[in-house]
Design a protein around this ligand. Structure first.
Ligand SMILES: Cc1cc2nc3c(=O)[nH]c(=O)nc-3n(C[C@H](O)[C@H](O)[C@H](O)COP(=O)(O)OP(=O)(O)OC[C@H]3O[C@@H](n4cnc5c(N)ncnc54)[C@H](O)[C@@H]3O)c2cc1C
Length: 434
């Protein structure tokens, strides 16, 4: 490829923090807030103008279950807090369930402990939370490259309306969803192509009437799915798959998904119908992840370095697994941690770790671990797990699974039954070029 030499200008330093988080999706917010709650000065860089990432900009308005489908809470801590935050200022369709037996079980006769949230209300609640916790959020700012000093990351060069500036920090958390920081710092990563899918909101007079008659505001809005479904056999589809880490491919993804929507509008435009919101972030599921110090292994029972329990929110019942701290760090890089859908988990484990409760969980682990490392004056590889676990457990994170969760549980993969999508009264339309 033809190349030019980038100019070697000095770059002004605008801020020095304890913890610098790149990416303001739910994982990044959890990371920044948990670091701030440990008394650390936390800065969060976000390229868009809202927090939430795929959950808000990408229209993924379903906070999947924090329970295992057998009546037990698996995700406590911030994953549970963020579920309640998602419905703090809007409709609440959490099942009417009572948590019983302390924090670990729920009386769960009707369904899974999950909810659908209103995107604008969640955006505003995330703003309020970060402000209250003293996180310095920097919107409209794109991470450009890490400032490396051997295996140490001194901060990041960013681009925004002020030009090219530097944000320095003791610890850096990569919550970009695409492992941009790790990749540009030279860490080994794995990439994967994604199917095209795009969710748009629509409203029509018929569903509005249904909403009024039933008194259920959720019924007035429909979510429409364009593109391919991950649970379907897409082998005969002529819709290509795309990399989320190549600018041209990202552009092709965006243009194709919007052309599917336009095709639909051309055929379905009518009085009393309106499409009212399109996704403002390409809906890539898995793009690039780190090949960390340790890969997450499923179904291996208790692990010594567990920092919390996880389960696939779409399995019913869901097998429970323990998550190793080393899956959010690299073997060499001394002060960079991963949070969200880019942690070290391959195959089906990647499918599990990209779901919202898991992303918030790893965000909390990363933010807390960064604070522990600063307090101990050590690298991320040297974090004392006892201290980290103590802090996580004090917020409700279940570090190890109970003995009766260990064996004899069928692991139903989510693609054995149709994936649940949408909101109450949803019209899900799987358009494709089959
Ligand atoms: C179509 C689809 C359906 C899904 N359905 C569900 C579901 O029903 N329930 C569920 O729980 N999960 C679902 N998921 C998964 C889930 O929504 C995401 O995996 C999760 O929200 C990811 O969170 P994150 O914080 O790790 O990453 P992201 O949400 O991707 O956040 C990354 C953030 O980093 C920012 N960023 C990226 N690069 C830069 C940069 N260079 N500089 C500055 N900022 C940057 C982005 O703007 C973004 O805000 C779905 C995903 C998709 C795509």
């Amino acid at each position: 490829m033809k190349s030019v030499i980038d100019e070697k200008n000095s770059v002004p330093v605008v801020s020095e923090s304890d913890v610098l988080v790149i990416g303001g999706g739910l994982a990044g917010v959890a990371a920044a807030v948990s670091a701030a709650r440990q008394g650390k000065k936390a800065t969060l860089i976000e390229k868009s103008i809202v927090l939430g990432g795929l959950a808000t900009l990408g229209h993924v308005c379903i906070y999947l279950p924090i329970c295992d489908g057998l009546g037990r809470k698996i995700y406590g801590g911030m994953a549970e807090e963020f579920l309640h935050l998602s419905i703090k200022y809007s409709y609440n369709n959490l099942p009417d369930e009572r948590w019983t037996m302390g924090v670990k079980r729920i009386d769960n006769p009707k369904g899974r402990y999950r909810t659908t949230f209103n995107i604008p209300a969640y955006i505003l609640a995330l703003d309020e939370l970060t402000q209250k916790e003293g996180v310095h959020v920097v919107f409209d700012t794109v991470f450009s490259k890490p400032i490396m000093d051997g295996d140490l990351c001194r901060g990041a060069i960013v681009e925004n309306k002020s030009g090219r500036t530097a944000y320095l920090a003791k610890m850096v958390i990569d919550a970009t969803g695409d492992a941009d920081v790790f990749y540009r710092a030279g860490a080994p990563c794995e990439e994967q192509k994604s199917i095209v899918s795009s969710w748009a909101y629509e409203i029509d007079l018929e569903s509005a009437k249904e909403g009024i008659e039933s008194g259920d505001i959720l019924k007035t809005m429909n979510l429409r799915w364009f593109g391919l479904r991950p649970d379907a056999d897409n082998s005969k589809s002529t819709i290509p798959t795309f990399l989320g880490t190549d600018a041209e491919e990202v552009n092709s993804y965006i243009k194709l998904s919007r052309s599917l929507m336009l095709d639909f509008l051309k055929k379905n435009q009518r009085p009393g119908y309106a499409m009212f919101s399109l996704p403002f972030m390409p809906q890539y599921r898995m793009t690039r992840r780190i090949l960390g110090k340790k890969e997450l292994q499923l179904n291996v029972g208790h692990i010594e370095d567990s920092v919390g329990c996880i389960c696939h929110s779409l399995e019913t019942p869901a097998a429970v697994h323990e998550f190793p701290y080393d899956a959010i760090i690299d073997s060499k890089l001394k002060n960079i941690l991963a949070a969200g859908r880019m942690v070290s988990a391959g195959g089906y484990a990647w499918e599990l770790m990209r779901l919202i409760p898991a992303c918030v969980f790893t965000g909390q682990v990363a933010g807390t671990a960064a604070a522990v490392a600063i307090d101990s004056g050590c690298s991320v590889q040297e974090v004392e797990l006892g201290k980290l676990r103590e802090k996580l457990a004090s917020t409700g994170v279940m570090i190890h699974m109970d003995e009766d969760m260990l064996g004899g549980r069928s692991e139903k993969k989510f693609n054995e039954k149709p994936m649940e999508v949408g909101i109450g009264g949803t019209k899900v339309d799987s358009l494709s070029y089959h």
